[in-house]
Design a binder for this molecule. Structure first.
Ligand SMILES: NC(=O)c1ccc[n+]([C@@H]2O[C@H](COP(=O)([O-])OP(=O)(O)OC[C@H]3O[C@@H](n4cnc5c(N)ncnc54)[C@H](OP(=O)(O)O)[C@@H]3O)[C@@H](O)[C@H]2O)c1
Length: 308
């Protein structure tokens, strides 16, 4: 029988931190976990949108336990401030969903000098995770789920030119960032096991889901009529944002989901369908490359794990 969110066990007493919880997959993951009794910390860059999302969830689930923490993953300072606040507010964290992401940005750098997509999607989550680990390591059953993408398959880590200077492409940068997400999740799991932590790290992807990720960008960049057509046609070729959240929820809560593994929709090209093990490119599983990315990430962010 296919997995559905009906199989999520009760989450009472559990704390989940979800990045990008106001929109798309993060929103639906927040809603499902809150419905089952978890307290969800919604870590979002836009407070107004986060409060609107909270109100929407509470309209259906009046007793939903939700809180907001400001987090801009493109700023290492904002990430550290958010982590400090979360550590202050939460004695333990059961789930960290590294979900937020952006795609196909024009060439540009974050305030820390990272290319924007890898700076936000990978380096932001790298620092957030390492900053929160002390609240997770000793929590039985705790999990970190990092959202990657089918796009990781077309990516490569440009170790000597992470900013893609002189060779920038929007899709190239996105694919690099999503490959980094997957390599991070796998290498993190190796390190957690070596350190004897009780936390496991898993990766997932939502297939192709109708969220705010792609369409606004396509519509904005296309001549008016094409943009409108894309807007109308896109939902026909994608699964709903709600269903897009299933692989994330499966990785976060299913007893059958294992640390170091990658989950996505089981349908054609892994674009749609119920959650199942997904195909991680061999490059993403290469331990040497995973360690190299880890060490580079430590060097560039100043965060380390195992600590000391
Ligand atoms: N949808 C798909 O088909 C698809 C496919 C493969 C992978 N993914 C991955 O799925 C994840 C969720 O995306 P989605 O599809 O749900 O898209 P979405 O609806 O656009 O949601 C993305 C979320 O990330 C947040 N975000 C963006 N930049 C941020 C930053 N600098 N700091 C903090 N939060 C930031 C957004 O905040 P704002 O609302 O303020 O912009 C939003 O809450 C992403 O990692 C994406 O790469 C999606």
């Amino acid at each position: 029988m296919s997995w559905t969110p009906n199989q999520i066990p009760p989450q009472d007493g559990r704390v989940a931190v979800i990045t990008g919880a106001n929109s798309g997959i993060g929103f639906h993951a927040t809603r499902e976990l809150a419905q089952r009794g978890a307290h969800v910390v919604m870590a979002c860059r836009n407070e107004k949108k986060a409060r609107q999302a909270m109100a929407e969830i509470r309209a259906d689930i009046p007793n939903a336990s939700l809180s907001f923490v400001p987090l801009d993953l493109s700023s290492q300072k904002s990430v550290r401030d958010a982590a400090t606040l979360i550590r202050h507010q939460q004695e333990k964290i059961d789930l960290l969903l590294n979900n937020a992401g952006l795609m196909w940005l024009e060439e540009g750098l974050t305030e820390d000098g990272f290319e924007q997509q890898i700076g936000t999607n990978h380096f932001g989550h790298f620092t957030l995770t390492l900053q929160l680990l002390e609240r997770m390591e000793k929590v039985p059953g705790s999990r970190i789920v990092t959202v990657s993408s089918i796009a990781h398959r077309g990516g490569k880590i440009h170790f000597d030119n992470l900013t893609l200077q002189g060779e920038y492409g929007r899709q190239k940068a996105y694919a690099q960032s999503k490959l980094a997400n997957l390599m991070f999740a796998i290498e993190l799991d190796r390190r957690l096991q070596q350190a004897g932590a009780l936390t496991r790290s898993l990766a997932c992807h939502p297939g192709i889901s109708n969220t705010n990720l792609a369409v606004p960008g396509i519509v904005e960049q296309s001549p008016l009529k094409i943009g409108k057509v894309v807007d109308l046609v896109w939902p026909l070729f994608t699964q709903s944002a709600e269903k897009g959240a299933w692989p994330t929820l499966y990785a976060a809560t299913s007893a059958n989901a294992e640390g170091g593994h990658y989950y996505g929709p089981r349908g054609w090209f892994e674009a749609m369908g119920a959650p199942a093990p997904a195909r991680a490119r061999r490059y993403a599983q290469d331990a040497e490359k995973g360690q190299r990315l880890w060490q580079l990430s430590e060097q560039l962010t100043g965060e380390h794990y195992p600590h000391g």
